[in-house]
Design a protein around this ligand. Sequence first.
Ligand code: COA
Ligand code: MG
Length: 304
Amino acid sequence: MLASGGLRRHRSDMTQTYRPRRSVLYVPASNDKALAKLPSLACDAVIIDLEDAVAPADKIAAREKLAGIFANRPGRCEMIVRINALSSEWGADDLLAVAKCEPDGILLPKVDKPRDILEAGDVLDDNFAPDEVKLWAMIETPKALLNIGAIAELGRDPASRLACFVAGTNDLVKDTGVLATPDRRYLVPWLMQMVLAARAGGLDMLDGVSNDFRDLDAFARECAEAAAMGFDGKSLIHPAQIEAANRAFAPSAEEVAEARAVKDAFGLAENAGKGVIALNGKMVERLHLAQAEKLLAKAAAIGA
Ligand code: COA
Ligand code: MG
């Protein structure tokens, strides 16, 4: 058993810059054809998968491909690797191999409790992985949902490296027995719980995958709903899903115009010392200014 988290030396001051994570595409590490496509894709991030998308017989060969994948990494998007669970026969060796590649993040599956994150972080520290290598966590087990507040709290400690939650809806359906319906009615309460916890911990929160990759209308609806629920982006399984996700999780032209109007209004000399003003018949407070500035920064980062 590894030592628990505790105090560690970290040089990062955690200066927050917005990184779009609207479209985060899983690519099985064992699928050369899919890997070859990456430089041409417009997703914000890629998750190279060693876990569920790779058959047991291919696990070791897939892990051995990582160095080559990272030697030719497309510069534009974030590169994450999902390892096998640390409790599985592959997880510990996966983690060591991935740490050497210095990805932007390592996605841990089947996280149940804070200690699962702390133990992975200890391995990264012990192997001198740079602070820039973050940990992402799948939220896909009933235990993770019961412990989600404590797991998310680690996001407030830069030494934990925790940066992002990814909803694992297929595993949640499997482990709980809820019916997967097109409107996701039985999953929505848990998804909202994840969003809430992620915000409490200052983490990004990505929605789960949509298995029906041929029905792009249904997919666009699911993305719009996820954006309304507060998700930062969606995990994807197929390149055809990238465009809809990029659109749904970017501020719309109307939202940008509204944010500019709020910013301009507070910029007027007559409103300089005011905490609250009226704009187009609506009350606008300085908290709305902060919200508007955040949205404008996001739009600028995306180029929307
Ligand atoms: N990433 C990059 N490229 C992908 C891709 C992905 N996730 N999924 C498909 N492609 C590529 C295919 O290789 C194919 O390339 P080509 O134009 O050079 O022939 C093209 O996109 C069209 O693929 P298509 O024929 O429509 O799909 P498929 O039948 O080959 O694959 C899946 C369907 C679902 C098996 C495949 O999309 C996949 O493996 N997705 C990821 C699954 C995964 O990682 N799951 C774990 C997390 S839930
Ligand atoms: Mg899973």
